[in-house]
Design a protein around this ligand. Structure first.
Ligand code: ADP
Length: 359
């Protein structure tokens, strides 16, 4: 049972504010992912949790025990790093058991039993007698996971553990981590810059920018209801299209179109009333070619195709409407050429609106 609370947590390095007053509760047994661009404060947040950095201000509680000033070794937390951090001269078995041995709290028999259990869970029996240099990246990361789970910690902290692996292995390891989490149920905080990894692994995802939390929610809610332009553009690939418009009595007006805004879209109601500048956000997959979906019966506007890119399962269209650019996808074998005029259909309920000043 481990619930972790961060209260107004702050970390400054000289003149850099790496973590700028974070409030967050990680529930017992939760798999929480922290995602954001490089330098936004993800690793520092994790290192504060581990006790590897001292907070400038704020508190960290684990199950209501204040651990803010407690040494890493007294927090009963296991870290998994990007570079595996294995001892090169030790076999897999010794790497896994080393922490338990040096703690001096376990008999040799207990240690052996736990290593065998971890090895079974991770299917790494054949790695126990090998040294890291004789293992692939994926195998080293499995041994590093073994070392983490063998201690039966209160929480796992993982800092980009898959980023040194090739794309195919990353996808496989992602699935293995999800399976491991469902078996062990240990509270896990996982840091990544990769939004796909965040969306696939996280039960909840924290999006950070400049040391602050922009939004915390389930992957689907983040995707469907981003509260900030930053979140909308960071989550999703290809990124959400952003088009500058002005709002006039229930419509988004652009030099090349006027789109009626229904009430109950993916934005707050106040937007439909105001006369103001706005940024209209719409995901590429929420746009359709009218001729491909004639029965959808939704509102259309006219655009010009600039470039086409075959993606195999679809044809990515880079388009212009007036001065604005956007992307959408067509059927993979659609006969569409650059300079073609297209009728674009969209679902008004899937439009997003952002403030041009504050995002
Ligand atoms: P992320 O993990 O999101 O890439 P970090 O937490 O590593 O970001 O860094 C956040 C900010 O804090 C960055 O501007 C980084 O340069 C700075 N920073 C991190 N660690 C240190 C340090 N030990 N000394 C000085 N600045 C640091």
């Amino acid at each position: 049972m481990t619930r972790i609370q961060l209260q107004d947590l702050r970390k400054e390095f000289d003149d850099v504010t790496a973590v700028d007053g974070i409030d967050l509760t990680i529930e017992d047994g939760e798999f929480l992912v922290i995602v954001g661009p490089s330098g936004c404060g993800k690793s520092t947040t994790l290192r504060l949790l581990a006790g590897l950095e001292h907070a400038t201000d704020g508190r960290i509680r684990m199950n209501d025990r204040d651990v803010t000033g407690i040494e890493p070794k007294n927090r009963n937390i296991a870290m998994v790093f990007q570079n595996y951090a294995l001892y090169p001269h030790m076999t897999g078995r010794r790497n896994i058991s080393f922490g338990m041995k040096s703690a001096g709290e376990f008999t040799d028999r207990e240690i052996e039993k736990r290593v065998d259990q971890a090895s079974e869970t991770l299917d790494i029996a054949d790695l126990l007698d090998r040294k890291p240099q004789a293992m692939s990246g994926g195998e080293r990361q499995r041994v590093a996971l073994g070392r983490a789970i063998v201690r039966d910690p209160d929480a796992f902290l993982m800092d980009e553990p898959l980023s040194n692996l090739d794309a195919k292995l990353r996808i496989q390891m992602r699935a293995e981590l999800t399976k491991l989490h469902s078996e062990l149920g240990t509270t896990t905080v996982y840091v990544t810059h990769d939004q796909t990894e965040a969306m696939t692994l996280g039960e909840r995802v924290v999006v950070m920018e400049d040391g602050r939390i922009m939004q915390v929610d389930t992957p689907q809610v983040l995707y469907d209801f981003p509260e900030h332009r930053f979140v909308a553009e960071f989550i999703g690939d290809p990124a959400m299209n952003m088009i500058d418009v002005s709002l006039e009595t229930g419509s988004a007006v652009h030099d090349a179109f006027r789109l009626p805004l229904p009430t109950g879209g993916a934005y707050s109601e106040e937007w439909t009333e105001a006369n103001r500048a706005a940024v209209l956000g719409i995901r590429p997959e929420d746009l359709y070619l009218a001729k491909e979906r004639p029965n959808l019966g939704q509102t259309t506007f006219t655009a010009t195709v600039d470039v086409t890119e075959p993606l195999g399962d679809s044809l990515l269209l880079h388009c212009s409407v007036g001065e604005s650019k956007f992307k959408m996808e067509a059927e993979p074998r659609a006969t569409i050429e650059p300079a073609d005029e297209i009728e674009v259909m969209y679902d008004p309920a899937r439009l997003h609106l952002f403030d041009p000043e504050t995002g």
